[in-house]
Design a protein around this ligand. Structure first.
Ligand code: GDP
Length: 412
């Protein structure tokens, strides 16, 4: 298992993933989040949703109601990458909060229930993510449940979300006997053993070999249809090489023309490691996303994810905690340092950054600085509200809301 808790500071913003988990209530968002935190070593206790000990739901009201009300950003490390997990409320009543979270994400995992498939609320969250151009991969969860069926869930993605499913795994065993997946990209099998969190790589079981080859062929055909360079290779070689397929899957994820589909059972910790591998492989880093735009006095400026540029960030969540008033900030450009003065672009007032914290599940790490692309919590800001732009007083600007895709607006 590749955990890397000692090095929560990624080398560059290319190694950061600002990730959201999107789901219909009950699809398993909390359990998937828990398993990610467990596998990456951010928490060593295995929280269970049903006994109220989960790590991300640290508000009592939230625990009582069993739904995620207050978003929290939690950092963990995976294979040399820092993953900032931004919690997004799954309940439609918190639409403003969902939209603010979507604004600071660079990519997301959409979790579906393998029995229910796409549910009405998953459709609305999916459409909101479309509005913010958030690249997504899909995780079909609860494959261990009676009645779970990957193909039916995949069909519901195609029909109800109007996107091309790019299925990269084939389950091994059904329901209670779900024990692993065939990885159709590398044509190998990953098998979990009872009581072990990590998988063992084995050859594809004989009984599944023919089906695996057929499904790999379907995957290649679908990708070639959607991707010009892949089509070229496919026409000449009548098959796609694994690197060409992987590159095309990433391009299709970033353009939103297709969605990579993985499957598993978060409950039994099956499929979470390959999911993290897919997050790192297919979802963008802050360096891969377009520069944000800001205005002041009618002048439009672009701010790229450059640590040397003037600071601009968005406060997207404010939480009263025992540590103090925590303001969660996405740093879009520049660097903030402890003790520095920043400007609230809405009011023009300046405030001092007291402490900079990296929130890691149930504890905080104190940082001297935070750079472009990162998400941190700041203590000491008294007035900044969720949705406020914070910036360098020497280069003030108000971040523009991202452009909402016109085609999606007309559908709404
Ligand atoms: P959320 O509302 O999306 O955050 O969903 P939760 O993570 O709270 O999960 C809802 C319920 O489904 C809980 O009782 C979980 O224990 C259960 N659950 C989550 N993942 C799985 C899974 O892979 N298999 C099964 N059988 N149950 C699961």
């Amino acid at each position: 298992m590749r955990t890397n808790t000692q090095h929560l500071s990624a080398r560059t913003s290319a190694d950061v993933r600002n990730l959201g988990i999107l789901a219909h209530v009950d699809a398993g968002k909390t359990t998937v989040t828990e398993r990610i935190l467990f596998l990456t070593g951010a928490t060593h206790k295995r929280g269970e949703v049903h006994d109220g000990t989960t790590v991300t739901d640290f508000d009592t009201q939230e625990r009582d109601r069993g739904i995620t009300i207050f978003a929290a950003a939690v950092s963990c490390a995976w294979d040399g990458h820092r993953i900032n997990l931004i919690d997004t409320p799954g309940h439609v009543d918190f639409a403003d909060e969902v939209e603010r979270s979507l604004r600071v994400l660079d990519g997301a995992v959409a979790v579906f229930d393998a029995v229910a498939g796409v549910e009405p609320q998953s459709e609305s969250v999916w459409r909101q993510a479309d509005r913010y151009d958030v690249p997504r991969i899909a995780f079909i969860n609860k494959l261990d449940r009676a009645g779970a069926d990957l193909d039916t869930a995949v069909a519901s993605i195609r029909e109800r979300l109007h996107t091309a499913p790019l299925v990269v795994q084939l389950p091994i065993g059904r329901e209670d006997e779900f024990t692993g997946v065939v990885d159709l990209l590398r044509m190998r099998a990953l098998v979990w053993h009872a009581g072990r969190d990590t998988y063992e790589v084995v050859p594809i079981p004989e009984a599944l070999r023919e089906q695996a080859h057929r499904r790999r062929h379907v995957l290649e055909e679908t990708v070639a249809e959607l991707h010009a360079a892949a089509m070229e290779e496919y026409c000449t070689a009548s098959a796609l090489s694994t690197p060409a397929l992987a590159a095309a899957l990433r391009d299709l994820t970033l353009s939103g023309e297709g969605v990579v589909v993985l499957c598993g059972s978060a409950y039994r910790n099956r499929g979470i490691e390959p999911l993290l591998e897919a997050v790192v492989s297919y979802l963008p880093s802050p360096a891969d996303v377009p520069a944000v735009r800001g205005t002041l006095g009618g002048t439009v400026q672009e701010r790229a994810a450059d640590p040397a540029a003037p600071f601009a960030g968005l406060a997207f969540k404010v939480n009263a905690t025992a540590t103090g008033r925590l303001t969660y900030i996405r740093v879009y450009s520049g660097t903030i340092t402890k003790g520095e003065t920043v400007m609230d672009a809405g009011t023009g007032r300046t405030e001092r950054i007291g402490r900079i914290l990296r929130v890691q599940a149930d504890r905080h790490a104190e940082l001297d600085r935070a750079t472009a692309g990162d998400i941190v919590a700041v203590v000491g800001l008294k007035t900044a509200r969720a949705g406020t732009t914070l910036c360098s007083p020497a280069a003030p600007l108000v971040l523009e809301p991202p452009t909402v895709a016109a085609s999606v607006v007309s559908m709404a």
